[in-house]
Design a binder for this molecule. Structure first.
Ligand code: M6R
Length: 366
């Protein structure tokens, strides 16, 4: 089953180009997108939607946090994202025009299922499930659904489920944008072209594995790590930190880079590696000054940049460059090196990569 791979996690990381291609299959040959991608009733439901509430846990929650940026910037639609286990025990206000989106690889996560039922009970009318398992409870429960076609994910650490969720969520933002007359035909075509190119771009990005392996050796000696990102890449930093914690048992925290001065900068010394997600987006200038603050205090920086980021390697500043700047798809591509980093650190440390201690693949109880 594993083929040439040592672990399911490694296999699943390398399956991402095909997992994403399979998930996007319906649109790869199309000239335009339609709400029907999300089910027969989607057009009617989306036409009544004026805001979105995303409920999920763990990695799926991080996908929701990325989606918020896309829903706001592409579709101009307000979006809230909540950890399911928090939402279900609050007294939030309900609104009939809210589309509740549950994101889950397994479709069996107890808190996510309960949070969606609770949202319905409060008066939210419609729900959409983004899920990888067709016969799951989440699919049965939701009004609309979109199946990610990642194929079975065996490793406890979520990898291909996450990138296929992201591809799906961008599609959702595009569909809502189109229905709200926020997406010109030209932009629609360009975004479809970019999505068509995504599997190839993922394939290219996977080639940085050998460079990441070298970094993994020094990471494996550390007890803590900080992950920094800004904007849509902050949730990617959160995902990178979660992967490292989960399979290599290194304490890792993600911070929005602008928060550094508000506390975490005090932690920076040569024992604390600082990982930065630094693509050439509109926030790169701001991020660079945050990195400068770390550098000036003797911190050791590990930067995932891209071809256009113009961050130069120097003492205590290591750079791995993704081969292209991927525009709106950048968070998807920047996930790959973080998965590889966690995987290779775990290998050096000799942990049980596919079955990390104390964790289950699907959290079916609270
Ligand atoms: O099946 P789900 O997507 O609902 O699972 C949610 C989380 O339990 C899951 O993403 C978890 O955080 C992963 N093991 C992280 O890699």
């Amino acid at each position: 089953e594993l083929g040439p791979y040592a672990h399911f996690m490694q296999k699943e990381i390398f399956e991402q180009p095909s997992a994403v291609a399979n998930t996007l299959e319906m649109i790869l040959n199309a000239k335009s997108i339609s709400p029907n991608l999300f089910g027969n009733k989607a057009e009617e439901v989306f036409s009544r939607t004026s805001n979105v509430l995303i409920l999920a846990c763990g990695t799926s929650y991080h996908a929701g946090l990325v989606a918020r940026h896309w829903l706001e910037s592409v579709a101009g639609i307000p979006c809230n994202v909540e950890i399911a286990s928090e939402y279900r025990y609050r007294n939030p206000l309900a609104d009939q025009a809210t589309l509740v989106v549950g994101i889950s690889q397994s479709g069996e996560t107890a808190d996510t299922l309960a949070a969606i039922s609770y949202a319905k009970k409060l008066g939210h009318q419609y729900s959409l499930a983004i899920c990888n398992v067709p016969e799951s409870a989440l699919i049965r429960q939701a009004d609309l659904c979109f199946l990610t076609h990642a194929g079975p994910e065996i490793g406890v650490a979520s990898t291909k489920a996450f990138t296929t969720q992201l591809a799906t969520l961008l599609l959702l933002a595009m569909v809502l944008a189109k229905m709200r007359h926020k997406l010109s035909t030209k932009d629609e075509r360009q975004m479809i072209m970019a999505l068509r190119h995504l599997p190839v771009a993922l394939q290219h990005t996977l080639q940085i594995e050998s460079q990441v392996k070298i970094w993994a050796k020094s990471f494996a000696q550390k007890r803590h790590a900080l992950f920094l990102g800004r904007g849509v890449h902050y949730p990617i930093a959160m995902e990178g930190a979660l992967k490292l914690k989960e399979i290599s048992y290194i304490h890792a925290e993600a911070y929005a880079a602008g928060e550094l001065k508000h506390g975490p900068l005090a932690l920076v010394d040569n024992e604390m590696p600082v990982v930065a997600i630094a693509p050439n987006d509109q926030l790169i200038g701001k991020l660079k000054s945050n990195l400068q603050e770390v550098h000036a205090r003797g911190g050791e920086l590990y930067v995932f940049a891209d071809a256009d980021s113009q961050i130069m390697q120097s003492k205590n500043l290591h750079v791995i460059r993704l081969s292209e700047h991927a525009g709106i798809l950048s968070p998807i591509l920047h996930t790959i090196p973080l998965q590889l980093l966690a995987y290779h650190v775990a290998l050096v440390k000799g942990t049980d990569v596919d079955k990390p201690r104390n964790l289950a693949k699907a959290v079916t109880v609270e």
